[in-house]
Design a protein around this ligand. Structure first.
Ligand code: KET
Length: 397
């Protein structure tokens, strides 16, 4: 019956993470998946989230289905976090937010909606981007193409080439943009560059689709929402998928959202209605528990500042590891420039290591990086950074 079903070649990130789990070596180092580990190499349970969970469980009653669009307190809290408490767009009823099964679920619901209402639009993603962007949007039936982004020669951004490409893109193309902490490169637009992008989006009637999976890991929770707030203030209509996997260390709870900024409140009502229809067709309604933890942390006057401080600590630790890796590698290989570890931001750096070099790192040294050369800096700690640097120096020598 299933002879025609071909073998799954695996996912470049998740399957590598599974392989890491099965690796019997005790000195193995996981720099593959985009997960924040603490200095002891553990996925943290944030104290703010733990306290929120006690409160949520203590208050918990019956477990009805949530509405298709998710819990109202979660959706309101997400809008405040993304757009700010004083957002004119939110106040005008122009912003629609649905609770999603992780931000991946938000991308999927948005992709399905786009396929239905903009059937001829092409999805443009940065070159390179998170591997799953292409998979999710192609899974929605969309055609996915790329725009120039990363400059391998400088380890920076090809901003001019990106703008030129968008200036001649088909009207009503969808442009996937990483709002902060670009995955996989760690190379972001500056605030000035975001401002320069706005008129291009307007003139070509391009529809931005922001992916905000690492809020707080760049410059700060508010700072990392800069693009979201700028586009909203500039009167653009756009999508934004956001995640609490990383910012609240809630990976397995699948907490995310999709927001759509619409031209007016009447259109927003219809967009929400069709989002609900999309959700009903896919998974009916989202799970209850994780979203309630998020809503509690964001709205509780005691827990909110606690969480904000925890995010600062996670960001600072990554920054420390960037510095440490840079210093150790620069000492080991004095002729080489490793400054990109310091300029790139968020969880990832793009090391320029080839797929073969990554294979060697894994096989000979038990150091796991995605084969694109992407390193999750958040997997480094004081106990493994020296060993990581030695292994990299060995494969570069
Ligand atoms: N967007 C981006 C840019 C992203 O890096 C991830 C996850 C997601 C969305 C999905 O997050 P969610 O948990 O659905 O809210 N990235 C890491 C894990 C993965 O591949 O699923 C990663 O790149 O390693």
């Amino acid at each position: 019956m299933f002879q025609h079903v071909e073998a799954y070649p695996g996912d470049p990130i998740l399957s590598l993470n599974e392989a890491f789990g099965k690796d019997p070596r005790t000195n193995k180092i996981n720099l593959s998946i985009g997960i924040y580990f603490d200095d002891a190499g553990k996925i943290p349970m944030l104290p703010s989230v733990r306290t929120a969970e006690h409160k949520v469980v203590a208050d918990a009653g019956a477990r009805p289905y949530l509405p298709m669009e998710g819990a109202a307190n979660f959706r309101t809290a997400v809008q405040e976090l993304l757009f700010g408490a004083d957002s004119a767009a939110v106040k005008a009823g122009r912003v629609v937010t649905i609770q999603a099964v992780g931000s991946s679920g938000g991308l999927k619901v948005g992709g399905d909606f786009i396929k239905r209402y903009f059937p001829t639009s092409t999805m443009l993603v940065s070159d390179p981007t998170w591997d799953n962007h292409k998979a999710v949007f192609e899974g929605c039936g969309l055609t996915v193409k790329t725009y120039p982004y990363y400059d391998a020669a400088t380890g920076g951004l090809r901003f001019d080439a990106m703008i030129e490409a968008l200036k001649v893109a088909e009207k009503k193309s969808i442009v996937l943009l990483h709002a902060c902490c670009h995955n996989p490169t760690g190379v972001d637009l500056t605030q000035e560059q975001w401002q320069q992008l706005v008129p291009v989006l307007k003139e070509r009637e391009l529809i931005a689709f922001l992916d905000l999976a690492y809020q707080g890991y760049g410059d700060g929770i508010v700072e990392d929402a800069y693009a979201v707030r700028l586009l909203a203030e500039q009167g653009l209509s756009f999508f934004v998928a956001n995640s609490f996997s990383k910012s609240m260390s809630l990976y397995g709870e699948r907490c995310g959202a999709l927001s759509v900024v619409c031209p007016d409140a009447a259109q927003a009502v219809n967009v929400l209605g069709q989002m609900k229809a999309t959700i009903r067709r896919n998974y009916s309604n989202p799970p209850l528990h994780g979203g309630q933890l998020v809503a509690r942390v964001l709205s509780d006057p005691e827990l909110r500042p606690m969480w904000e401080a925890e995010v600062v600590a996670m960001r600072d630790r990554i920054q420390l590891m960037r510095r440490k890796l840079h210093d150790v590698l620069s000492a080991k290989l004095p002729g080489r420039d490793f400054s990109y570890f310091l300029t790139q931001r968020g969880m990832f750096s793009y090391t320029g290591l080839t797929a073969e070099q990554c294979d060697r790192l894994k096989e000979e040294f038990g150091v796991y990086l995605v084969r694109s050369g992407r390193m999750c800096i958040a997997g480094l700690n004081t106990g493994n950074v020296e060993a990581t640097a030695s292994a990299i120096a060995a494969v570069l020598a």
